[in-house]
Design a binder for this molecule. Sequence first.
Ligand code: LLP
Length: 409
Amino acid sequence: MSYIKYKKNNLFVENVSVKKLTSKFSTPFYLYSEGSIIENYKSFSNNFKKSKPLICFSVKANSNIQILKVLKKLGSGADVVSGGELLKAIKSGIKPNKIVFSGVGKTEEEIRLAINKNILLINVESENEAILINKIAGKLKKRTSIGVRLNPDINAPTHKKISTGKAEDKFGLSKAGLISFCQNCKKLKNLNLNAISVHIGSQILSEKPFKKTLKVLEEIIKKTKINFKFVDLGGGFGIVYKKNEKKINLKSYSNLVERFRKKYDCNIIFEPGRAIIGNTAILVARVQYLKKGSNKTFAILNAGMNDFMRTALYDAIHNIIPVVKNSKKNKGSLEFVGPICETTCKFVKYNKYQSINQLDYVAIADVGAYGASLSSNYNTKPFIAEVIVSRNEARVIRKKQDIKSLLNQ
Ligand code: LLP
């Protein structure tokens, strides 16, 4: 994370001191580095450059429109999963012919929107969904470009709550289901079956399951005898959250992808979310209270699970780092928790930490993906601000929600 680092014990995002920002904006707030978003996008794109894939940023990972605009400028398309995300992607300037729409439960309204906007692909997840799309496309008199999502029955090593490619998961069609779908699809005259898509899960740190997935795709493509114009390989590439984790190395996978692309003469699509945005942000918070527990001290932050859900939902470990480092030691262990009235509103516990005082500032690390986008108004707390740094400048890209907007509902 070279864009987020200490200079003489002070945490900086690019050239901006986080301590200084705490006097400008009230905490908690999300703080992004634009430079690191750009770097991540370029590095992902570079890794697969031989295959010239269409990179469709997975909007669910972060749907801030200003961030979508940064990515749009770099050439990114969008992977969306709702009408709202679709409209936001278009509003950010991303062209419909770079947008793919996934999800198992698209509504009539969302399908109509996607057809009317002429997006690149509606990635279909069931035969009944295809029947509905065909009907709506007929009414709108528009032939519609679809993909079909395969469930390859691959167990990718990741948290059980974010795996999507096993037979028991609700996503996509089984191999047999997909083959019969391709037959039946011929009868759906308003649809063009242009793609096969797959997404096996998220936060995957090994290349192996991705390689296995390519093999399953080959097997299926051979059986269907269809020349798919696009092969959408999804997202899921993990990032390093913990010290003992190893960065995923996508070199040999990218060679296989290129071989695959040539062999089947198709266009490759990727849908990365976390790999682009995960490590580009911190959540700046203040220690509201210190409280002695029976065998540890609680550092109660002014940010909670409403602002950042990943720990409560997936037991995800996110480091909490001081905004100003010191060389004194805290006595005993220290647990960072949030203010929400739920036991799971806690973040991380350290046996050793620097000395911490009330009103000190800290930063929850690597919160760019599924941070702001998963936040909620639980406990009637307003959404917090989002700020982005570009070199020497910080600008607000989402204002803290006005509490008044929560009072009448
Ligand atoms: N494509 C599809 C069809 C997806 O369902 C997802 C994520 C992605 C792409 C992007 O995956 P990524 O590259 O970001 O791993 N909230 C969870 C992650 C849920 C992922 C859902 N699908 C978390 O915070 O870990």
